[in-house]
Structures are given as C-alpha cells and as structure tokens.
Design a binder for this molecule. Structure first.
Ligand code: SF4
Length: 220
C-alpha cells in the first residue's frame, strides 16, 4: 500500500512505455520540453476537462475527474467518466487522444490504470473503457482483459522501481526519438559518449563543477 506522498502520475506510464529514459528525464530529473505533439495533446486534454459534467436520461458524465489508487500508487485525472444508469450498468472511462490508434499498448495501459483506480474508488469492476482519437474521430472500445490488467500492473511496478532508483537509463536511439520532445535534452545520438552511458544529471553537474573551466568563470 502506498501513501498519498508517494503516488505517481498515471501519465508517467505512457512515458515509460514510450522510452524508459524519457520517463526518467521527466519523473526523476524533472526535465520537460514541449513540442507540437505535446502541445496539441495538452490543448485536447484541456478541452476535454473544461466542459461541464452532464446528466442525461441514460446516465451521467463526469469530466476531469481526479482518480487514484493507493494499491498501485497512482493518481491522475480521467478526461470523462460515464456513469450509465441502472443498478449493474457499467462505469466507463473515456480518454481523448490527439492522434490515431498506436501499435503499442501505451494508450490502453493509461486507460486501464484509470479503470483500476476507479475500481478501487467505487469497489466494483469496470469491464471496458473507450479512447477517442482526434485524427480518426472514432471511439475505440478497450476491454480490460486479464492480460491488459497484468501489463498495467507490471508497468506500474516498473515505474515505481525506476523513480525509486533515482537513475536515468542510457539512451536507446530509434525512430521514436524523432517525435520525442526531450530530444534536445537527451541527445540520443552523441556517438555513445554520453548517450550510451548511464546518464545522471547529478553526475554531469559534478563534472561541470570539477572542471577547471566552469562556464562563466575565467581561469587565471
Ligand atoms: S530522444 Fe529518444 S532515447 Fe532520448 S528520451 Fe527521447 S525517445 Fe528516449
């Protein structure tokens, strides 16, 4: 069981599944940079959260709903949660994404993590959720299968291990780097000099301080 003080954001799971190093740069070293993709995603989420919650005959939709799980050690904000009417009617989290469905599991894992939080908060099972993709303008139904739940729980454990370790793994350059907002901070293709070594911001600061020509100083 986690305490309120050591919960991690659900969004970090996406960073982890995209790239371990990106996740550590953001959640261990507290670095951040925007690019077109992150800015568009931010606008879409602000819009999803800004509408009012509404009640209809079929049920109620809550927007920008805070969720958390002390079992998993996660917190976040669900874009929309649909509470359908009826004793056994499902609770359905709906996530909004700017792009199109991805080959990897990162969007499904993020949605499943929200569902696991909601299950803990409401004390009941959630069978499925939905992801709306801005590029295709379609909702995709995501079943919370035992496999997806296991993948989500394993990724969460790995996330906590990574953040607890305080270490940033080496770069693993690939096509993903072209879309990565942290590319300029990560320098993934530094010919192996920095990028392939385990990189630590603390270590780089130590090296700078130890350098005889520390930037901004003139050597005598
Ligand atoms: S530039 Fe590449 S290796 Fe570096 S954090 Fe981004 S995705 Fe990971």
């Amino acid at each position: 069981m986690f305490s309120e003080d050591n919960l991690l954001p659900i969004s970090a799971l996406q960073h982890l599944l995209y790239c371990d190093r990106q996740c550590a740069l953001i959640h261990v070293e507290r670095l951040w940079a925007e690019n077109r993709f992150t800015a568009e995603g931010g606008i879409l989420h602000r819009r999803a959260h800004s509408g009012k919650s509404d009640t209809r005959p079929a049920g109620r939709s809550a927007r920008g709903l805070p969720v958390r799980s002390l079992t998993l050690g996660l917190f976040g904000v669900a874009d929309v949660v649909r509470y359908e009417k009826g004793a056994d009617a499902p609770i359905v989290p709906v996530e909004y994404k700017r792009g199109r469905p991805k080959k990897n599991d990162c969007d499904r894992v993020q949605l499943c993590a929200q569902a696991l939080c909601l299950e803990e908060m409401h004390g009941r099972d959630l069978p499925f959720g939905e992801i709306f993709y801005g590029k295709t303008k379609r909702r995709v139904r995501v079943e919370f299968t035992p496999d997806l739940r296991r993948t989500t729980i394993d990724a969460t454990a790995r996330l906590h291990d990574l953040v607890r370790s305080g270490r940033t793994p080496p770069a693993d350059p690939g096509p993903k780097c072209d879309r990565c907002s942290l590319r300029e901070l990560c320098l993934p293709r530094l010919g192996g000099r920095v990028a392939r070594k385990a990189y630590s911001f603390d270590r780089e600061i130590d090296a700078l301080l130890a350098s005889p020509s520390f930037p901004g100083e003139t050597s005598s």
